[in-house]
Design a protein around this ligand. Structure first.
Ligand code: MF3
Ligand code: CO
Ligand code: CO
Length: 253
């Protein structure tokens, strides 16, 4: 899990310099695909992934979610990035049977004041959730820390999607909700691995899924942001398995 987590982090480190106005999300996906398969010798977990019989297989290797897209955006040659857009790229790698799942937000040119505040607040929500993790704390502690900081900043927490257990399985139990009450839900134990991946909206929390069966958008068409890390519960606290060099947050606490 540590190995694949570090590899997943390098995909997000690699792709940053390719994000400019005029680039399509499909071009970014192709760059990530080649890097994951040829440089890292990994399998991109999203490609052909499905949760249910009724859902079409996901057709690309990464999720690219722009502006009012909350998550699960499908890379497309017709989705051209413009100055001022905000973009989430979500990568999940499989190496030796284990999964590493992580995402980050990118600015295309200069963001608006609101867009920057939403993106930075959402990252801080993720870190505050991560910082609660230790043996004996609960899933409710994570959700509470995230919800409290988001709502204190007058943003809203998406309820329909959540973090998840991860390991040999991509989306395993438990569900890691990004809202909740302290001292409730599953008690954390050393050796557990799961993601924390808050989706925070600038407007109301409500979402809908487009007819493509994947793309999740805000109902009010306002901006949404998401950040994701894969976390291991350790004896002393937690380790961020997908930490990037650019991050100042401690890997181990
Ligand atoms: N990476 C997403 C997550 O954080 C899941 C993407 S599923 C896909 O759980 F099929 F859309 F790729
Ligand atoms: Co992900
Ligand atoms: Co995930």
């Amino acid at each position: 899990m540590r190995d694949v987590g570090k590899l997943a982090a390098t995909v997000l480190e690699m792709i940053g310099e390719h994000i400019h106005p005029g680039v399509s999300t499909d071009e970014l996906d192709q760059k990530c695909h080649v890097f994951m398969t040829e440089e890292l010798d990994c399998t991109p977990a999203p490609l052909n992934y499905t949760n249910s019989e009724s859902q079409p297989p996901f057709p690309k290797s990464t999720c690219t979610s722009v502006n009012n897209v909350v998550c699960h955006g499908i890379p497309s040659h017709s989705k051209i990035l413009r100055r001022g857009d905000i973009l989430n790229i979500d990568v999940t790698l499989i190496k030796n049977g284990f999964h590493g799942d992580t995402s980050k937000m990118f600015f295309v040119g200069e963001p608006s004041v609101l867009a920057r505040r939403l993106v930075e607040t959402t990252q801080e929500c993720m870190y505050r959730g991560i910082d609660t993790v230790k043996p004996g704390s609960t899933l409710g502690d994570i959700g509470y820390a995230i919800q409290k900081f988001a709502e204190a900043n007058r943003f809203s927490v998406v309820r329909e999607f959540c973090g998840h257990g991860i390991g040999r399985v991509f989306h395993d139990a438990p569900q890691v909700l990004h809202y909740g009450e302290p001292n409730t839900g599953m008690v954390l134990k050393e050796g557990m691995a799961f993601t924390i991946e808050p989706m925070i909206n600038a407007g109301k929390r409500f979402v809908r899924i487009l007819p493509d069966g994947w793309t999740v958008v805000t109902r009010d068409r306002k901006l949404s942001a998401q950040w994701e890390h894969t976390i291991l519960v350790t004896e002393s606290g937690r380790e961020i398995l997908t930490l990037r060099d650019e991050e100042s947050h401690p890997r181990v606490a």
